[in-house]
Structure formats: C-alpha cells, structure tokens
Design a protein. Structure first.
Length: 254
C-alpha cells in the first residue's frame, strides 16, 4: 500500500510539511484544478449551507484555508489556525475570540478530527452559538469500508479504538484521528449527551463511499475525470448509509 500511495501522491504537495501554511495554500490550488474533487466540495458546501438557521448571528467557518465556502456564503467569517490567503480571522477552535451567543452557526470540513481537545471546542461553541444555532460539519466516518481505506490509503491516523477524546500533541494538521467524530458522537454518544446537554445531535448521515476515494482528495492524484461525477454519485447511492467514508453531522444548540 505504501508503494501505491507514493505513486499516486499529488506532485504539488509531495514531500512538503503538512503543517506548513504553504501546503494549505497549495491544497486550495489542487481543489480548484481537480474537477472531480471540486464538485465534491461544492456538494459538501451546499449541504452545510442548507443546515444553517435563518435569523440573527454570524456564521464562522473553522479551517477555511484550503476551501471556498465563502463563495457560497460571502458573509461567513473565514478562519484558520495560521495566516493564509482569504482568511479573516486567525483562531483556534478551542479558544474562540468571539462574544457569547454571537453566532448562528459554525461550519467546517475535515476539522474536528484535528482538534487536540474536542471537549474544549464543544464548550467554546456552546458559548458562542445562540440557541437554535448549529455546528454543521463534514467529517470522516467509521464503516467497514472506511476502516479499510483510511487505514491503508490515507495519510492521517485513523484509530476507532482510541480510548480518549484527545489527539496526541503534534502540529495543527499533522495531529489527527480521523475516527474521532465517530468515537464521540456514535461510539460514546451517551457520554457526549451527558457532558454536553447544550447540544442535540440533529443529524448524522454517512455518505460518499466511493467518490472521495476516486477524487484522490487533496493528497493523491484524481482517479476519475470530472465528467464521470454524476455517474459515480448514482452508482454509490445504494451503498452510502452502510459504507460511507464521510458524514454530514449537525448539532443544534438547545
């Protein structure tokens, strides 16, 4: 599998430090240059946008660096843990420099599983998000299929058996456990609900068992041309719930 990963590695980021802000900037270029992956992000952003409530409060996006959610919601407060192009706020999701109950939503893609102490994030989000507001995110999910793919073809750790809700200390992006959202919100759901009664799990929908893999993500070359995207979406639909590699997750502030 290691040989295959080296062969498929995207040339723009091969050998670069994942925690280097320049890598994040290059990943934005990769997303825009890969039609198949570009359409995946469009689908993700449309799903997140649909979950945001109307009314008072701003929307914060965590981990904006490589993405383009602001093209779907121009008023969003884009943020990242380091300075990079297009980011309005440099902030750590575990210590947000924002007023109480000022947000109607927090959105993020592939961010929660990098947070060293997720409990701090949920507490901070509960402070900053108003009642009826949401956390809406796209995160890796644990299924029989995703266990195989993430463990052998992905560059990040994927540890569904981890005992603690904690990511070992490392860089802001190299520190990760792709299984952490599933651990907290599925495996340990009762514990989460007891510790954070402010948050109601409104929706968890696994999906996309094939398309993200075929896109190569931000680290590998694309395995399919963009014009095949609708075909693969139709083919994978019957497998989505049982074999999804990612999930739409929505928490509502009570």
């Amino acid at each position: 599998m290691g040989i295959l990963k080296n062969i498929l590695a995207h040339p723009l980021t091969r050998g670069l430090d994942i925690d280097d802000p320049r890598t994040t900037a290059l990943r934005q270029v990769i997303i825009r240059d890969k039609p198949f992956l570009w359409r995946i992000y469009q689908e993700w952003y449309a799903a997140l946008l649909a979950e945001l409530p109307v009314g008072a409060g701003e929307v914060l996006e965590l981990g904006s660096g490589a993405g383009f959610f602001s093209e779907f919601l121009p008023t969003v407060i884009t943020s990242e843990v380091f300075v990079c192009p297009g980011v309005r706020l440099v902030a750590d999701g575990q210590r947000l420099p924002l007023a109480d109950q000022c947000l109607r939503g927090i959105v993020m893609c592939d961010v929660m599983h990098h947070l060293p102490q997720p409990r701090l994030f949920f507490a901070e989000a509960a402070r900053c998000v108003r009642r009826g507001g949401v956390i809406a995110m796209i995160e890796p999910w644990v299924t029989f299929w995703s266990r195989l793919i993430f463990r052998h073809l992905h560059h990040e750790p994927f540890l569904p058996d981890a005992a603690e809700w904690r990511i070992p200390g490392s860089g802001p992006l190299s520190g990760a456990n792709g299984a952490m959202p599933w651990i907290i919100l599925q495996r340990d759901r009762a514990r989460f609900e007891a510790q954070f009664p402010q948050w109601r799990i409104r929706r968890i929908q696994p999906f996309m068992p094939l398309r993200y893999l075929l896109s190569g993500g931000v680290s590998l070359r694309s395995l399919m041309p963009g014009w095949t995207f609708p075909l693969w979406r139709a083919l994978e639909a019957p497998l989505a719930a049982k074999a999804g590699m990612v999930a739409v997750i929505v928490l509502e502030k009570m």
